[in-house]
Design a protein. Structure first.
Length: 529
């Protein structure tokens, strides 16, 4: 519904409601002597479209001739167009009242009753209201016709004042059985300098929920009760029920015999929220072996459904589970956890092999869509001093031979892949950006400025921008890493690989496996070239 339509609907509803409340549609009406009273005709035409002169109010009764009521004909009775007001109404105002507009006539029959002197309300005028328990109970003293004249409103329950205010006292709550009673609103209103009371009374009756519930026993479906032999127990079976539902025990053995059990009477009670509970006790005096491990069944039943609860007596101090079941359970639990631990240990030990195996199996390739050119940028000491010969050979020969030719990766080795000349620093930066990993070959002599720059750019990206992952290869044992930037200490130790000369040469060595594990997954079969 559109906003405007919705507003329109609301407006129409309000209009209907207010006109309904204010006009007098019933034909036979009872009024209370001494209180203000009015009759209002609900015309389909607005008052101002009808000349007041065409509206006539006529009163007739057994003892009176028909008599037209005119404005000013009585100090108590006032005529305003479609409305006739009494300030107040008296017992000799009884009779028929007619309103004539053109050819239309509407007639009401008015009955005036005496005030009950002993009560705050009059029985004949009580309006009955039936409320289901737990549903909303609302009592509203508002009277739309007199509302603008109200000085004060008091609300009484069974003639005891429960609220008073110059606004509209109202009750809105979930109905409880204790809410039942007579609620009387007394509106004190001003008219022509006099105070009048307008009272109306509701006879509120709270009834139980009309929808029947399914009986439900309280507690778990199977209950173990610990007992000592020779003692006396009472099994208490309680259910949430409807008023007429039954609760009973089944304690006979298969052959119909019983032991020492005694079934108690059904006791029912109603809570203040209107719920019925039913209890029945099964008493077992002097518990014997035969009472143990037998299912005492309690049943709550109505025509629509049943609920059953089993009570089983067990010897005090005994585990709820039979011991062999318990033992078997423990053994199973221990072996399952042991298996889990073993599996976890194996997974951790062979993590690298498992990952490589998995990559092979799925041919996973994480290099396809990242837009990078190289799989790794290799950083090492470039100055060709004689003592660095091995390191140089490792970086420009061994690494490419294995990673590129055997495993199909693409490396960026500055010395090999970048033409001499140009701005070295910028170039290194952009090459590192194009690479997925930064491989740093560490050794004692890893000190040159240029290498330091590579290192720091890469580290910065790895640790701050998290763009590139670093693999450190300890080519010769490095005892003192103090010359390295501090951030290097943050690298996880498994990203540092130790080169172990001959031992590491084979393609199947742990060194290469670990290196492959740290390299991006690439769908290339080993030994492709
Ligand atoms: C109020 O309601 C109760 C229950 O419905 C009924 O028994 C009683 O007669 C009513 N009282 C009056 C005054 O109508
Ligand atoms: C209600 O009436 C009393 C007595 O006439 C007056 O003193 C009081 O101010 C009135 N209260 C309101 C809210 O009109
Ligand atoms: C109005 O009702 C109150 C009690 O609620 C009473 O004390 C007062 O006298 C009544 N006034 C009239 C004019 O009936
Ligand atoms: C049985 O249990 C219900 C609910 O817990 C309780 O209200 C009732 O008093 C008990 N009956 C006896 C005899 O103990």
């Amino acid at each position: 519904m559109h906003h405007r339509e919705w507003l329109l609907t609301l407006w129409v509803l309000l209009l209907i409601r207010s006109s309904e409340e204010a006009c007098t549609s019933r034909d036979f009406i009872t009024a209370l002597e001494g209180e203000p009273f009015y009759l209002k005709y609900c015309s389909s035409l607005p008052v101002h479209e009808t000349a007041p002169s065409t509206i006539r109010w006529v009163r007739s009764s057994k003892s009176h001739e028909p008599m037209e009521l005119k404005a000013g004909s009585s100090p108590r009775i006032t005529v305003h167009g479609y409305t006739l007001e009494f300030w107040p109404i008296e017992s000799d105002d009884e009779g028929n009242y007619s309103l004539k507009v053109g050819n239309d006539t509407k007639t009401w029959t008015l009955n005036v009753v005496r005030r009950n002197k002993t009560k705050c309300f009059t029985e004949e005028l009580v309006r009955s209201r039936l409320k289901e328990v737990e549903k909303v109970l609302d009592i509203d003293c508002e009277n739309s016709y007199y509302q603008h004249l109200v000085n004060q409103t008091s609300l009484y329950k069974n003639c005891e004042k429960i609220a008073e205010s110059n606004k509209n006292p109202l009750i809105r709550k979930d109905a409880e059985f204790t809410d039942q009673g007579y609620y009387t609103c007394v509106l004190s209103i001003h008219h022509n300098g006099k105070l009048f009371n307008v009272t109306h009374t509701y006879n509120v009756t709270i009834v139980k929920g009309l929808g029947a519930i399914s009986p439900a026993l309280l507690g778990p479906k199977r209950r173990y009760i610990e007992v000592e032999l020779g003692s006396e127990v009472e099994l208490n079976c309680t259910a949430l029920v409807n008023e007429d539902d039954q609760v009973y025990w089944v304690y006979q053995r298969d052959d119909g015999s019983t032991l020492n059990e005694h079934e108690g009477n059904l006791t029912k009670f109603l809570t203040s929220e209107g719920k019925w509970f039913a209890s029945r006790i099964l008493k077992i005096k002097n518990v014997i072996e035969k009472n143990l491990n037998f299912s005492y069944k309690c049943t709550a039943i109505n025509t629509a459904s049943t609920d059953i609860q089993n009570f089983i007596l067990i010897k005090q101090g005994r585990a709820d589970l039979p011991s062999h079941v318990f033992r078997r359970g423990i053994i199973t639990a221990i072996s399952v956890s042991a298996a889990v631990v073993c599996l976890t240990v194996l997974c951790v030990l062979y993590r690298v092999d498992l990952v490589l195996f998995y990559r092979n199996l799925t041919e996973r390739d994480e290099t396809l869509t990242d837009g990078k050119t190289y799989d790794a940028f290799v950083s090492y000491l470039k100055e060709c001093r004689p003592e660095n010969g091995e390191e140089h050979a490792f970086a420009v020969e061994t690494l490419p031979r294995v990673l590129e030719e055997h495993f199909g990766y693409k490396l960026c080795i500055f010395e090999r892949d970048v033409a001499p000349g140009g701005a070295v620093v910028d170039e290194i930066h952009s090459l590192i950006e194009k690479s997925r990993r930064l491989i740093i070959v560490l050794s004692k002599s890893y000190m040159s400025n240029e290498v330091r720059y590579e290192l720091e750019t890469g580290l910065h990206e790895a640790l701050v921008e998290r763009k590139i992952k670093i693999i450190l290869i300890e080519f010769t044992p490095v005892s003192d890493l103090a010359f390295l930037p501090q951030s290097l200490e943050l690298l996880k130790s498994h990203r540092v690989l130790k080169w172990k000369a001959e031992k590491s040469l084979s393609y199947n060595s742990r060194f290469w496996k670990n290196l492959l594990y740290l390299m991006p997954a690439k769908a290339v079969k080993p030994g492709r070239k």
